[in-house]
Design a protein around this ligand. Structure first.
Ligand SMILES: Cc1cc2nc3c(=O)[nH]c(=O)nc-3n(C[C@H](O)[C@H](O)[C@H](O)COP(=O)(O)OP(=O)(O)OC[C@H]3O[C@@H](n4cnc5c(N)ncnc54)[C@H](O)[C@@H]3O)c2cc1C
Length: 598
């Protein structure tokens, strides 16, 4: 039996599910398979970073997750029994200044339900046996273990989201998974605790550094009584040593021994000295192994790797699933444009996947690896270094902000990429190429002002799927000056010739962004206005950096700002525009990878 689809996604872990969901939402046919019987029953990954939650919100998933999750508001640090640091995530400038805690099993179920609402499904108990790339197709042989039948599936692309033992990766001999294993195991225990000190650790991550080893307590959603708390304890067993052999041992599936409750009690007592809690119930106990590995590139022609199939690392800081979500989002819109034939250079577009993701993944691996090494250090000298470094990290505001932003993935930005504008464009104070646009306050749709249509920029973008949003921001210094219309009309005409872009004209005056009485209505672009003062930090003008430009501008007719926002909300191009030549440069940039109608 042969089936033809747009994309085959191997693996219905959190990352494969999210990738399939995005592709189905964008209108593509997807064959999503997993050899397991159903979603995982274990809590596994549960820390969702603010950046991931913004991504999930943008794709309509965050609110369901938030309904079931709990919020972690900060972190507390003990060294040898004394508190030496206390961090509140509220300090962070983002839409969700928190870590969101929900077990992987619940997250997977939510995404599966959303896939089913879009008429998609997971083929459970179906295993990828092999695949070949033949011309402009990928042909996969899969086995349905419910009836023993073999099937052949053809697609334009195959995405390996099949975890660290990925068959998609292993089937191609040019792919390696370089790195090492950490010899010492980690103990993981999901526990219900009670005792006089539980209020101190509710809604906080608590890190204990001790000369006997480290231990982290992380709150999980709690379904018991109020005088109890459910949390995960993670502690190292043994010191940091690596094994450079090729055998991949990452994860919870191959522990060398069984973790007992007695061992957990011993670790908790010794490592959390001074914390008065007792174990009421244990929910899941296991040892797990950590590897630090990365594939040599995430693309081979029509095959792609995302999530743990592409990289695995220490779970310190809880980043693995999160960067997997970001892989999925980065890849899905590019595949979608290539599949719809809306890219002028699909090779360049698809190559940018590895080019953009690899540096980000490596940076996360470095952060997580450093945290692990600090946690596992067991020599006297390392202990002193650890104490000094951690005290500084928690107590010097600039270092603390930097550390928190890294852990919460707030400051992720894209480096060099063939589909980002080169530095040197007429950009000034505007949001730079490669930076991420945070969500805004609600905006008001100018064309339907009487009916009231208010949305944040993410809500506006939600229905756009793989479309780029191109902002044209115009202003005037006072009510007496009219905004530029000739260039604005040229923008509207130009942007309408890109099927994969949606233009937004955003009008304002210097201090207040208000409805202006320009009667021209044009359904080729959207017209939105800020309902708040432009100077508020989360107005669109401020987010784009236009307010700062205006504050410094002496001109009575300030330049317009043109900002091209990719579907993943990274800025591809931004420039101040006051001439037709500058406007044409922006369109030429877009046309370097997006198709333009003649
Ligand atoms: C103890 C622990 C705690 C963690 N905590 C966090 C955390 O708090 N936050 C965080 O971001 N990350 C965390 N991580 C990391 C996170 O669990 C992983 O990064 C994440 O699960 C990777 O998701 P994935 O979908 O890429 O792969 P997986 O979850 O491994 O899913 C791969 C899927 O592919 C299927 N598959 C494999 N081969 C085939 C085949 N041949 N045919 C069909 N199907 C196949 C498998 O059955 C599996 O369902 C943690 C990891 C561990 C071990």
């Amino acid at each position: 039996m042969k089936q033809i689809v747009d994309v085959i996604v191997i693996g219905a872990g959190p990352v494969g599910l999210f990738c399939a969901y995005l592709l189905i939402k964008a209108g593509h046919s997807v064959y999503l398979l997993d050899k397991k019987e159903g979603p995982t029953e274990q809590s596994r990954a549960f820390n969702i970073t603010p950046r991931s939650l913004e991504i999930l919100q943008h794709h309509g998933l965050a609110y369901r997750i938030l309904q079931q999750a709990i919020s972690i508001r900060g972190a507390l640090l003990y060294v040898n029994g004394s508190i030496i640091g206390d961090v509140f995530f509220e300090e962070v400038d983002c839409v969700f200044p928190q870590l969101t805690s929900l077990g992987q099993s619940s997250v997977e179920r939510i995404i599966i339900e959303e896939i089913e609402k879009l008429q998609g499904k997971v083929a459970w108990q179906t295993e990828l046996i092999s695949y070949e790339q033949l011309g402009d197709q990928v042909v996969a042989q899969v086995k349905d273990h419910t009836n023993g039948e073999a099937k052949e599936i053809s697609a334009k692309y195959i995405v390996g989201a099949d975890g660290c033992h990925s068959k998609v990766r292993k089937q191609n001999p040019t792919w390696t998974y370089e790195g090492h294993s950490i010899k010492s195991q980690f103990a993981l225990a999901d526990l219900v605790l009670e005792g006089p000190d539980i209020a101190r650790i509710r809604n906080r991550q608590v890190v204990f550094y001790h000369s006997r080893g480290g231990c982290i307590l992380i709150p999980l959603p709690h379904h018991g009584t109020e005088d109890q708390i459910t949390l995960r304890m993670v502690a190292n067993v043994g010191s940091y040593e690596t094994d450079d052999g090729p055998r991949v041992t990452h994860g919870v599936d191959n522990p060398r021994e069984i973790l007992t409750l007695d061992k957990v009690k011993e670790l908790l007592d010794k490592r959390t000295e001074g914390l008065r809690v007792t174990i009421k119930k244990s929910l899941w106990l296991t040892y797990f192994n950590v590897n630090e590995r990365i594939a040599n590139g995430f693309r081979r022609d029509r095959a792609f790797l995302i999530g743990d199939a592409a990289h695995c690392h220490s779970p310190a800081g809880g980043q693995g699933m999160n960067i997997g979500f970001q892989d999925a989002e980065n890849l899905a819109w590019k595949l979608s444009l290539a599949l719809k034939g809306e890219s002028s250079d699909p090779e360049k577009l698809l190559d940018s996947f590895t080019i953009e993701r690899e540096p980000m993944v490596k940076s996360v691996m470095t952060t997580a690896g450093t945290l692990s090494r600090v946690l596992l250090a067991d020599t006297y000298v390392m202990g002193v270094i650890r104490y000094v470094a951690i005290s500084a990290a928690f107590n010097i505001p600039a270092i603390r902000r930097n550390m928190v932003n890294r852990l919460l993935q707030i400051d992720f930005k894209l480096g060099e990429s063939p589909i980002l504008a080169q530095p040197g464009t007429n950009q000034h104070t505007l949001l730079q190429h490669g930076q991420f646009l945070k969500d805004t306050r609600v905006l008001l749709n100018k064309d339907v002002a009487q009916k009231v249509d208010r949305k944040t920029i993410y809500q506006i973008m939600e229905s756009l799927n793989d479309k780029h949003m191109v902002f044209w921001v115009i202003t005037r210094q006072t009510w007496q000056h009219q905004p530029e219309t000739d260039l604005t009309n040229a923008f509207i005409d130009g942007i309408s010739s890109f099927k994969s872009c949606r233009g937004v004209v955003f009008q304002s005056i210097t201090q207040f962004a208000r409805y202006n009485d320009d009667k021209r209505s044009n359904n080729k672009v959207d017209h939105w206005i800020d309902t708040h003062t432009m100077s508020s930090t989360d107005s669109l003008s401020s987010r784009l950096g236009y307010t700062t430009y205006l504050a410094a501008s002496k001109s009575v007719t300030p330049a317009a700002a043109l900002v091209i926002l990719r579907p993943d909300r990274y800025v591809a191009y931004s420039s101040l525009v006051s001439t037709h030549v500058e406007l044409d440069q922006a369109f030429a940039f877009l046309n370097s990878y997006l198709l333009r109608n003649k």
